[in-house]
Design a binder for this molecule. Structure first.
Ligand SMILES: [Zn+2]
Ligand SMILES: [Zn+2]
Length: 139
């Protein structure tokens, strides 16, 4: 489980927040290490880590920031640059959660979530999967 496609960076290296340029700290959960900004509490996920963490019970605890602390309107108008490979990132939307926007790197597949967004991303998915289970049982 060490060779994930697109994940080429040295995990021990500290990165800077793509949004506010503050240092990010390492936060480990369930064998996955993500980076959390010391200033704005935004979260950086390497390739697909957000999807793997989303499915782990209790993983919302890595997201300690308050949602709305950084409103979408407060986003800089220029694109954020990937803290790993410095490529300009694109704004992504989860098709199940059109209100939720996050930045993603098209080269290394890393993703940046503002404080509170990962909890939002995860909660919605849990509700959806329970709904699917319920529907499945009715058949
Ligand atoms: Zn930050
Ligand atoms: Zn990148």
């Amino acid at each position: 489980m060490t060779n994930i496609a697109g994940q080429t960076r040295d995990e021990t290296q500290s990165i800077h927040c793509p949004k506010c340029a503050a240092m990010m700290e390492k936060v480990a959960f369930g064998g996955i290490t993500v980076d959390r900004c010391l200033n704005c509490k935004g979260l950086w996920f390497d390739a697909r880590e957000q999807e793997r963490l989303r499915d782990m019970p209790g993983s919302e605890q890595i997201d300690t920031g308050q949602i709305g602390a950084t409103a979408a309107s407060a986003r800089p108008t220029t694109s954020l640059h990937c803290p790993v490979c410095h490529t300009p990132m694109i704004l992504m939307t989860d098709h199940r959660q059109p209100h939720l926007k996050y930045e993603s790197c098209t080269v290394c597949y890393g993703a940046f979530f503002d404080a509170g967004e990962f909890r939002d991303y995860k909660e919605h998915t849990l509700v959806e999967s329970l709904r699917h289970m319920f529907r499945g049982r009715q058949k």
